[in-house]
Design a protein around this ligand. Structure first.
Ligand code: GDP
Length: 294
């Protein structure tokens, strides 16, 4: 499963074969290989440092299992720690005790936010739910039409008021969902090219007005190590409840995934794996661990 890293670690361990104990000195080289693998996967340096310390502690605290090579045992420790950092299991989307469940989608322009609104709506409908999408990205010129077109394509209604106050759009959108007996309302919001105070202030106002059950940060996996800063900025201001990592069909090794939970404590709930509206999968930490290790 972790062929590339396995090979490198095997070299690091070769001279240690026959030793029956993992020690501070004999894991140095192996830790260096893990560090390199993570940096190659474009994981943020601070995140890597913290992770390596955790692996070191776990490895030193572990007993050598008879009959298992230390390199294999070490790899298992790394894998298990990666999974732990990303949250063990898949965390499903929230469900409000009184519908509709309100989902606010946040993220930078181009991250895939509008597309992901439609993907999520389709996913929920396949679960037997009734979603409504709300077109709240009033700044990116084509965003409202884009969401409406996607809505037509998957036959899921889109609420829109044109280019008016985004807070009012969200408020009325939630009200419409309530009146139409929808289970979920997915609010598309305006992104900017960079983290921006105005964008954050606007999202805060939308949050205060509709009090969403989920605030999902949409993160483009291609931004790699930048995901740490991005997540931190959004989490500090908004208090995200989870993330969706998009564009994992590209050649990224998914290092961004490692930063998100470590920085915010919140799980990745879904991954985007293509441009098509069906291309959304629940996030599984163990699969991502394999991908990151390469
Ligand atoms: P927004 O500005 O955040 O609303 O971004 P869009 O939803 O318009 O997406 C920007 C571009 O990314 C579009 O061309 C989408 O088709 C593309 N996109 C979104 N998600 C994915 C994904 O998971 N994989 C791929 N390959 N492209 C995606």
């Amino acid at each position: 499963m972790f062929d590339a890293l396995s090979e490198k670690l095997e070299l690091a361990w070769k001279k240690l074969r026959g030793q029956d104990k993992i020690t501070e000195t004999n894991i140095q080289e192996a830790l260096r290989e893990v560090r390199r693998a993570l940096l190659d996967a474009d994981v943020n340096l601070q995140v890597v440092k913290r992770f390596i310390e955790e692996v070191r502690e776990a490895a030193l605290g572990s007993e050598v299992i008879m009959g298992v090579n230390p390199d294999q045992q070490f790899i298992k420790i790394v894998h298990d720690e990666l999974v732990k950092v990303m949250g063990d299991a898949n965390v499903p989307i929230a469900q409000a005790s009184t519908p509709p469940t309100i989902i606010l989608m946040a993220g930078l322009q181009g991250s895939g936010k509008t597309t992901t609104c439609a993907k999520l709506a389709l996913y929920l409908r396949k679960q037997g739910k009734k979603p409504l999408m709300v077109a709240g990205d009033i700044y990116r010129p084509a965003a409202i039409d884009q969401l409406k077109t996607l809505g037509q394509q998957i036959q899921i209604p889109v609420f829109d008021l044109g280019k008016t106050d985004p807070v009012e759009i969200a408020r009325q959108g939630v009200e419409a969902a309530r009146q139409q007996g929808c289970d979920y309302v997915i609010l598309d919001t305006a992104g900017r090219l960079q983290i921006d105070l105005e964008m954050m202030a606007e999202l805060e106002r939308v949050k205060a007005t509709v009090q969403p059950h989920e605030i999902l940060l949409v993160v483009d996996a291609m931004i790699g190590q930048e995901a740490a800063n991005l997540t931190q900025a959004f989490h500090e201001r908004l208090g995200i409840t989870g993330a969706i990592l998009t564009k994992l069909d590209g050649d990224t090794r998914g290092g961004a995934a490692l930063s998100i939970r470590q920085v915010s404590g919140q799980p990745i709930k879904f991954i985007g794996v293509g441009e098509k509206v069906e291309a959304l999968d629940p996030f599984y930490p163990d699969r991502m661990a394999s991908r990151i290790l390469g």
